[in-house]
Design a protein around this ligand. Structure first.
Ligand SMILES: [Zn+2]
Length: 341
């Protein structure tokens, strides 16, 4: 499942945390005019989890210590690793071209050094990841699967999907060890760095998006092009909900403490904006969310999907509709979510 025709499709990223630190243009979905054939399979056994970029990263690290030249990481790692790593580098060149700076700064250097062992053990997660993929297939028999490439980046991108459906993970976000020194990292990194349970969750979340994308292409309906806030929140929150269903890990598990007590108010505010295409108060708004947590649209989408699932007698139909989300208004109406307020 290899296809060297790589463009970013989901420029909306997966997790709250990624959304706090991107360049502005990264937030805006940019549909590809003519999507390439997807590199997907319906057979879980055909999925490859690529981890060679991780060992390459540590080879370059060892060769470069302690001076860590930026150029050496670009030439010997980002441009020398997998095609997917290079594609990610092209998207995140601003931060990735300064990898050496991160490793020369004590706080980030010590963090990277602390996750070395965990990153090198990611290959051992393959059976558990494949089990999670099988669980998705069990819940949604039409599921398709794509290869996953685990990379180490510059703490600026957690997960991406290329236009051919391949998934790339920034493993440095999800490899925290018990003794990882994080308190000298910036606030955003302190919030977003997680342990390996979230590595599994980000893979499944992205894979749900691959299936949502595949379904839109199959049915010849727009995916994120012209999508309303409601649709975007349901794509993201629905992916979080299914991930939670499969793994018992809720990506954005920091949101309910803030949002549950004021859910009715949040819903009223969301409802007033949900037909528009301005996502800035609800999604991908890490840098401008003020006192409240960013990305509350993920929370609303999750709650709508969860309410629908709990109320419905036909759970499989709800799962199918989260993935085949071609009519977000009908999904909302059928969910009964709004009737609670
Ligand atoms: Zn997402």
């Amino acid at each position: 499942m290899k296809n060297w025709n790589l463009y970013p499709i989901f420029l909306f990223l997966t997790l709250t945390f990624f959304n706090s630190c991107r360049d502005a243009e990264d937030d805006i979905p940019e549909p590809v005019p003519t999507p390439p054939a997807l590199a997907i399979s319906s057979n879980v056994e055909e999925v490859t989890f690529h981890t060679t970029d991780i060992s390459l990263f540590w080879q370059v690290y060892d060769a470069q210590a302690p001076n860590f030249s930026n150029a050496a990481f670009v030439d010997n790692y980002f441009l020398k690793g997998s095609d997917e790593l290079e594609a990610l580098y092209q998207l995140k060149q601003n931060s990735f071209s300064k990898m050496g700076n991160l490793l020369r700064a004590t706080a980030t250097h010590d963090y990277y050094a602390s996750i070395r062992k965990n990153t090198l053990q990611i290959a051992q997660e393959t059976p558990a990841l494949r089990a999670a993929l099988n669980q998705l297939k069990y819940l949604y028999p039409k599921a398709v699967f794509s290869d996953v490439t685990f990379t180490i980046g510059a703490l600026s991108a957690g997960g991406k999907i290329l236009s051919d459906g391949q998934i790339i993970i920034g493993s440095e976000f999800f490899s925290r060890a018990e003794n990882s020194p994080t308190k000298n990292l910036n606030n955003w990194h302190q919030q977003v760095i997680r342990d390996k349970a979230y590595l599994h969750a980000v893979v499944i979340h992205e894979l749900i998006h691959v299936n949502q994308y595949h379904s839109a292409l199959e049915n010849n309906v727009p995916f994120t092009q012209g999508a309303s806030l409601l649709k975007m929140a349901l794509l993201e929150g629905g992916a979080d909900f299914l991930t939670d269903l499969i793994l018992g890990v809720y990506h954005n598990d920091h949101l309910p403490a803030y949002a549950d007590p004021i859910e009715a108010e949040l819903w009223a505010a969301f409802k007033a904006e949900m037909h528009g295409q301005d996502y800035s108060n609800w999604l991908f708004n890490g840098s401008q969310s003020g006192d409240q947590p960013a990305d509350l649209g993920y929370y609303i989408g999750y709650k709508i999907a969860a309410h629908y699932f709990e109320q419905s007698l036909d759970k499989s139909a709800v799962i199918r509709q989260i993935i085949e989300l071609h009519d977000p208004e009908a999904f909302l109406a059928a969910s009964g979510y709004a009737d609670q307020f």
